[in-house]
Ligand binder design. Structure first.
Ligand SMILES: [Zn+2]
Ligand SMILES: [Zn+2]
Length: 133
């Protein structure tokens, strides 16, 4: 895996302690994390809330992380290093990754009479996990 500082330098970002700390948090998180969880992990004493927000915006702009809409009152974020999507349990909140959106997008475009290109996409599926069903 690429070193956190190199990832920041590649994006022409200064490797400040707060950026390194946040990027490392995303690298080790196996699931998307919310602002609340980020604050819990990092703590206001280390980085203040405004800096966390600003850093998330910068990371989003650079395409290092993506924001995911889980239809909750707050946003979730994860590292944007692979194209995958999520199955979400409406009852317990369990999240499972899935892939294969490329095939879906290609099929949709082949069938569309009016569209020739997709530049962005988001796709989350909501339902019940086997334990909750
Ligand atoms: Zn569940
Ligand atoms: Zn995708």
């Amino acid at each position: 895996m690429q070193n956190t500082k190199e990832i920041l330098w590649n994006e022409n970002l200064k490797a400040t302690p707060s950026r390194i700390r946040l990027l490392e948090l995303f690298s080790k998180s196996k699931q998307p994390i919310s602002m609340k969880e980020i604050i819990k992990e990092i703590g206001f004493k280390t980085i203040d809330e405004a800096t966390i927000y600003r850093t998330l915006e910068v990371f989003k702009e650079k395409g290092l992380i993506r924001q995911i809409d889980f239809r909750k009152d707050h946003a979730y974020y994860e590292l944007a290093n692979s194209d995958h999507h999520h199955l979400v349990c409406n009852s317990c909140g369990r999240i499972e990754d899935f892939e294969g959106c490329k095939e879906l997008i290609n099929r949709v475009l082949r069938r569309s009479k009016q569209f020739s290109k997709v530049s962005q996409h988001s796709l989350e599926l909501f339902g019940l996990c086997k334990q909750c069903a």
